[in-house]
Design a protein around this ligand. Structure first.
Ligand code: SAM
Length: 253
């Protein structure tokens, strides 16, 4: 029976896709992939006669048309999105169109670029007594952001932050963040995390804009902000020998 699989391709490294996602790509009759960001190696292991479409140059109507035709022919369709499709993936509008057309679909998650960037930096977003909250956001560009979610208002929390789709506006990003984060707050910019040509630039709110420009980073980058990038934190309760929890008795208890 025809079915559309929305698959998270991961950040770039072709081994960072789930086994399930990889299997669905291998089995698909039709593959529609976001060619501007998805590593083509992710779809290399496909059926010889699979039809491949690059959605970078397609409209929503064209994408849905391909899905509609393939489903009429009882084909399996892999719709491959970068990272995890639930984050800036524009999948909701596709899923709603499929519901209208009574076409069955499933979502297979992926490794988002924000977690891939933390992995490349070997950092943890949720350090005890530093931050227990991660804010995923973007600067307003041609796509608006609700005013209640302006970067300057989110900055008030001084939480760990991963900023998507914004590196080309690094000066504005810094301007808004510095209204609440101290200027010496660490910032890391990771371009094309896990790709062979990955670039990492580190600094503070004071100097990151200059460093990003020096490194000529203009797109496909994560801006990670917060003291989680520093070295001060408390040890976790989970592994504290004096702390008792459901699976382990603490020494002093
Ligand atoms: C349309 S959004 C898609 C995000 C994707 N769904 C995810 O979960 O990573 C594209 C933005 O994600 C970020 N991005 C995607 N892949 C990246 C990578 N490999 N390294 C760093 N940032 C990446 C960049 O901020 C880029 O502008």
């Amino acid at each position: 029976m025809a079915k559309v699989y929305f698959i998270g391709a991961g950040p770039g490294d072709p081994e960072l896709i789930t086994l399930k996602g990889h299997k669905k790509i291998q089995e698909a009759d039709v593959i529609i992939y976001a060619g501007s960001l998805v590593n083509p190696q992710v779809i290399a292991d496909r059926k010889e006669n699979a039809a491949v479409y690059n959605s970078a140059s397609m409209t929503l109507t064209e994408v849905i048309e391909v899905m509609k035709k393939a489903s009429r022919e009882a084909k399996t369709i892999a719709r491959v999105h970068t990272g995890d499709p639930s984050i800036y993936g524009a999948i909701r509008e596709q899923m709603d169109a499929l519901i209208e057309l009574s076409i069955d679909y499933e979502v297979i998650p992926g490794v988002s670029s924000f977690v891939a960037s933390a992995a490349q930096l070997k950092k943890e977003f949720t350090l005890p007594e530093v931050s227990q909250t991660v804010i995923l956001t973007r600067m307003e560009g041609r796509t608006p952001v609700p005013p209640k979610e302006s970067l300057s208002s989110l900055a008030e929390h001084q939480a760990s932050m991963a900023i998507f789709l914004s590196v080309q506006m690094i000066d504005k990003v810094v301007e808004q963040l510095i209204t609440s984060y101290p200027p010496e707050t660490p910032v890391a910019v990771v371009q094309k995390a896990t790709w062979e040509d990955e670039k990492i630039v580190e600094g503070t709110l004071k100097n990151i804009a200059e460093r990003v420009k020096e490194a000529d980073i203009k797109k496909t980058a994560q801006i990670l902000v917060g003291d989680f990038l520093g070295n001060q934190y408390a040890l976790s309760k989970l592994y504290d020998e004096n702390f008792t929890h459901e699976y382990r008795k603490g020494k002093n208890k």
